[in-house]
Design a protein around this ligand. Sequence first.
Ligand SMILES: NC(=O)c1ccc[n+]([C@@H]2O[C@H](COP(=O)([O-])OP(=O)(O)OC[C@H]3O[C@@H](n4cnc5c(N)ncnc54)[C@H](O)[C@@H]3O)[C@@H](O)[C@H]2O)c1
Length: 351
Amino acid sequence: MSNPLKVGVIGVGGIAGTHFPGWKASEHAELVALADPVAPVLERIAKEQGITTTYAKPEDLINDPDVDIIDICTPSAYHAPLAIAALEAGKHVICEKPLAPTPEDINRMIAARDASGKYLMTAQHFRFMTDTQALKREIDTGVLGDVYHARSWMLRRNWLPVRPGFIYKKNSGGGPCIDIGVHILDLTLWMMGHPKPVAVSGITQDKLSRIPGAFSAWGGEIPQDMDVEEFASAFVRFDNGSTLILEVSWMLHHATHGEDMQMWLYGAQSGSHWPSNRVFSANNTTKRTADTQLSPVGSGMEPHAAECVAFAKAIADGAPSPVPAEQSRDVQLILNGLYESAAKGAEVRLA
Ligand SMILES: NC(=O)c1ccc[n+]([C@@H]2O[C@H](COP(=O)([O-])OP(=O)(O)OC[C@H]3O[C@@H](n4cnc5c(N)ncnc54)[C@H](O)[C@@H]3O)[C@@H](O)[C@H]2O)c1
C-alpha cells in the first residue's frame, strides 16, 4: 500500500469536482489519475487538476498498478461493474450514491469486497455535515430512547437534472428515489440505528413531468420519454416495530423553492428534528416540555470532501469503512421494495 494512497477517479463530471478538494486535503491520499470516455471533458479536468495520467477507458485506470483507491463518479448504472472490477484488481473503492441501483448488485459488490479484503464505501456526504454529526452524536447517547417512528422527506419543486444519466431508467435505475431518496433514507436509517426493514408499501407518480412544456428550474424542458418517477412515497416497517414515512420528489407543487429536506425522529424519551437540530422532550414530574438546540460538531469541511478524507483515513488506520455497503444495501432494499409495491399496488415483504 502506498503512502499516501494513490487515487484514480472514474467519471469526471459534476460530482467528481466535489471530491477533488478532499483528495487534496487528505494527508493519507493523493489524486494521481483520471478516466472518462468524453475526451474534451477529461482533458479540461486533467488540466485544471494538474493530472497527467488520464485514461479513456475505465478498465485501464482500474489496471494501473500505481493506483490504490478507485473513486467512482459515473452514472449509477456503471457503479456495480466498475466497483467489482476494481475490487477484483485489488483496489479500495469509494463509490458515489446510490452504491448501485439494486440490492442484488450491492450483494455482488459486497462479495467482491470480501474476496479482495479491500475497502468499499458509499459516498453519503450528508453524514459528514457538522449538524448531522452533532445529531448522531446526541442520538448515540441514547437521548431519544427507542425510536419508534420517523418522517423524512427530500422534496424538490421543479428541480430535476434533465440529463440522460438521471432521467432514463437504464442509466440511473430510477428517478428521485434513486437520486435523492438515497440521501434522506441513508441519513434516517443511520440515525435510527439501522433497524432491519421488513416491509414497504409505496407509490410513484409522474403527473407533472408528463404535461407538455414541463420544465426544470435548473434548465431544460423535460423530454416526454423520461421513464422514471417524479414523486414517490412509502410507509416502511422495521423488525423492531418502528416505522418510517418517506416522501421524495423532483417535481411537486410544494411551497419551497429548490429543496425541502427534513427528518423527524420520534423516540420513547424524546424526539428530534433535522436540519434545525432540535431535541424535544417532556418532563412528567414538572409537567413541562423542553426544547434543546444542538451545536454543530466537526471540522466544517465541505461534506463531499470530508467523506473522501474519512475514507482514506479509515484505510490508513485500519478502521471500519465510514459508510458500510451493508447499510446501503438496506437503503436500496427499501427503494426497490417501494417500486415493487407501487407496481403491485400492495405492501411488499422485504424479509
Ligand atoms: N452525492 C451527491 O451529492 C451527488 C450529487 C450529484 C450526483 N451524484 C452521483 O454521482 C454520480 C455521477 O453524477 P454526476 O452528476 O457527476 O453526473 P455527470 O453526468 O455530470 O458526470 C458523469 C461522468 O461520468 C462519465 N461516464 C459516463 N459513463 C462512464 C463510464 N462507463 N466510465 C467512465 N466514465 C463514465 C461521463 O462522461 C461524465 O463525465 C451519479 O451516481 C450520481 O447519483 C451524487
